[in-house]
Write a protein that binds this ligand. Structure first.
Ligand code: CAA
Length: 271
């Protein structure tokens, strides 16, 4: 999601440091941004010049210390691994200006816990974008236990300036988006597991019956089945209710390496 977040900030005239310790990931991210800008031009959403100005606003860095030296806000978008995020936030706290806001795009890890790894928990906040980031309007703005009103207000304003629709929520497992989305996806997987119906049929019911843009099984493939599993674990452990336990079929698929679009196979097969 990092490339999508960088894309949206750069398109709205922010100077963006795109940071990844892996140079290849940086190249891939920039190529994806260019491809998605072309898509926006084809659809008439932006003019051709905007592609150049957007790309010119992005500077890639493989060294975090250099990349965050003069920033006003960081939006971290590493994989959903608590220890990794805590380490990144310790470093962000050390290397970024003391007044910078440190936001995380986590889909379910506690903002309060991440904030506690820093010396500025009042300036740590969740900024949860939805995929595909340049298209989807929502940004969940998650207030940790110690996040200040000022930080929340600033991040709501930043999101509005990006032409997004921010919604403020409190820091409890899954926040709002995944607290509601993941049980639906898990229930769709249970329906398949118990033989109630097939993959296509379950998705068709939700697409044509409930006007969802894509069915829950296809959406799970897009999100990543490992990510769905991880979010359900956070809900299950954090809320202590067995209704959130990941369906055994989901667990098996993840253990078999079928993670959805990114691995080439999930509920559907991708070329
Ligand atoms: N993630 C990543 N890419 C997605 C995506 C998603 N959820 N949904 C659609 N796309 C991609 C498609 O793969 C397609 O890419 P290619 O052309 O390269 O194949 C492109 O977006 C266009 O998709 P469509 O053909 O469906 O085009 P459209 O213009 O009719 O609709 C859309 C685009 C509005 C994004 C629609 O597909 C849609 O609403 N998708 C569902 C989006 C969604 O539910 N997002 C939330 C996911 S949950 C999340 O992000 C947070 C979390 O914590 C888990």
């Amino acid at each position: 999601m990092g490339n999508g977040i960088a894309h949206v900030f750069a398109q709205h005239d922010h100077q963006v440091s795109l940071i990844d310790k892996d140079e290849k990931a940086l190249e891939k991210g920039l190529a994806t941004i260019a491809k998605n800008l072309d898509r926006q031009i084809e659809k008439g959403i932006i003019q051709a010049e905007t592609k150049d100005s957007t790309l010119a606003n992005i500077t890639p860095y493989s060294d975090m210390e250099k990349g965050v030296k003069n920033v006003a806000i960081v939006v971290e978008a590493a994989t959903e691994n608590t220890e990794l995020k805590l380490e990144i936030f310790r470093q962000l706290d050390q290397f970024s200006p003391k007044e910078a806001i440190l936001a995380t795009n986590t889909s379910s890890i506690s903002i309060t816990k991440i904030a506690a790894a820093t010396s500025r928990p009042d300036k740590v906040i969740g900024m949860h974008f939805m995929n595909p980031v340049p298209v989807m309007q929502l940004v969940e703005v998650i207030k940790g236990y110690k996040t200040s009103e000022e930080t929340t207000h600033q991040v709501m304003s930043v999101a509005k300036a990006l032409e997004k629709a921010p919604v403020a929520v409190n820091d409890y497992p899954g926040f709002v988006a995944n607290r509601i989305l993941m049980p639906m996806i898990n229930e769709a997987i249970y329906a398949l597991y118990e033989g109630v119906s097939g993959v296509q049929e379950i998705d068709t019911v939700m697409k044509l019956g409930m006007a969802h843009p894509m069915g829950p099984l296809q959406l799970a493939d897009f999100i990543g089945l490992d990510v769905c599993h991880a979010i359900l674990d956070v809900l299950y452990q954090g809320l202590g209710n067995p209704k959130y336990a990941p369906c055994p079929l989901l667990v098996n698929m993840v253990e078999a390496g079928n993670k959805g679009v990114k691995s080439g196979e999930g509920f559907y097969i991708y070329s």
